[in-house]
Design a binder for this molecule. Structure first.
Ligand code: PMP
Length: 330
């Protein structure tokens, strides 16, 4: 019989898929590491598993304990899935601007979700930050993973994502491109690839225009899960050889192309990373192998990136390639 003991055993070992049509104009092989094949649907399953296992080993997380984290997205799903299999309770804190769908997903996995008002200052007792800190203090046996400062976030990528890429490309990877959110993915994977290749592999960060990683002031942007207005501890500021800033419009149009032309229904930070990867690939030769990591699936963005009204309202559809087609409702 062939089976896995638990869904948790399926975390990691995601496939590399060649980008064909969107990479037609460039010389190198461009490969996508498709992280939606993880059981919780995103790259964050990797860090959830590693952070929880490490906290068990150090005794920070005890049997019957509760995991408290301010998250509404992919990290919450990863934590909820692993916690449930290992018998921990999860309490997530998220701001009220988060869509009901995302909250429903977390509750479907059995997590409790506390929703806080967005319209209060960070120092207000009801703010997202203060509520999660208070819950950690008040709930017995509570533990907060804190993905922004937890060293097991980058470590999970050093131990899994990096070695997988080296093996899958038989050591032929020359460039690694990934978005930067907490910085865990690029720092851990980047460090492994630098070490194993004696510094040969180039590490390129992709960042929304406006975010601090690419020299921005922290001004707002719409692509989710990447970019910051502060420098998290999980990000190794020495790791990137280059950080490329990508606009919301370019990110979202590429996200739509990935679904239509490559059959990859992925999220907006994936489109952003692919735009950066193609800019890198334009300067590369036929022997180079450019790998880009795609963090999550497009299912969570159907009412935004894949919705024409939403895209038009921001002026993102005013390009030739997005002119109306037969059958479009005008
Ligand atoms: N894309 C999405 C959709 C994410 O949720 C995240 C994680 N915040 C990232 C990219 C960036 O990954 P990391 O936190 O490892 O830098």
């Amino acid at each position: 019989m062939q089976y896995y003991e638990s869904i948790v055993d399926l975390v990691g070992n995601t496939p590399l898929v060649r980008l064909n049509r969107v990479a037609q104009q460039v010389q190198p092989l461009v490969l996508a590491k498709v992280e939606y094949f993880n059981p919780g649907g995103s790259v964050k399953d990797r860090i959830a598993l590693r952070m929880i296992e490490a906290a068990e080993q150090t005794g920070q997380l005890k049997p019957g304990g509760t995991i408290v984290e301010p998250t509404s997205g992919n990290t919450g799903v990863g934590l909820a899935l692993v916690a449930q299999q290992k018998g921990y309770r999860c309490v997530f804190v998220c701001p009220d601007k988060v869509s009901q769908d995302k909250i429903n997903v977390l509750r479907a996995y059995g997590a409790e979700v506390v929703v806080c008002p967005t319209a209060v200052a960070p120092e207000h007792p009801d703010s997202y930050y203060n509520v999660s800190d208070r819950l950690v203090r008040e709930i017995p046996n509570a533990w907060k993973p804190d993905q922004y400062s937890n060293p097991n976030n980058p470590r999970s990528h050093y131990e899994t994502t990096g070695p997988e890429l080296w093996e899958q490309t038989e050591g032929r990877i020359t460039h690694f491109v990934a978005g930067i959110g907490t910085g865990g993915t690029i720092s851990g994977t980047g460090r492994y690839l630098k070490e194993v290749s004696n510094g040969r592999v180039r590490i390129i960060g992709a960042d929304p225009e406006g975010s601090v990683y690419s020299g921005g002031s922290g001004r707002p942007y719409l692509v989710e899960g990447v970019g910051e207005d502060f420098w998290p501890q999980a990000y190794d500021r020495e790791i990137c050889d280059e950080v490329i800033a990508v606009s919301d419009k370019d990110s979202f149009l590429m996200t739509r192309r990935l679904a239509r032309e490559e059959g990859l229904l992925v999220g907006g930070s994936c489109g952003m990373a692919v735009v950066a990867a193609l800019r890198v690939a334009e300067r590369c030769g036929p022997d180079d192998v450019v790998v880009v990591l795609l963090p999550d699936s497009g299912r969570g963005y159907l009412s935004k990136i894949f919705n024409d009204e939403w895209m038009s309202a921001y002026g993102f559809l005013a390009t030739e390639s997005d002119e109306p087609r037969v059958g479009d409702v005008l």
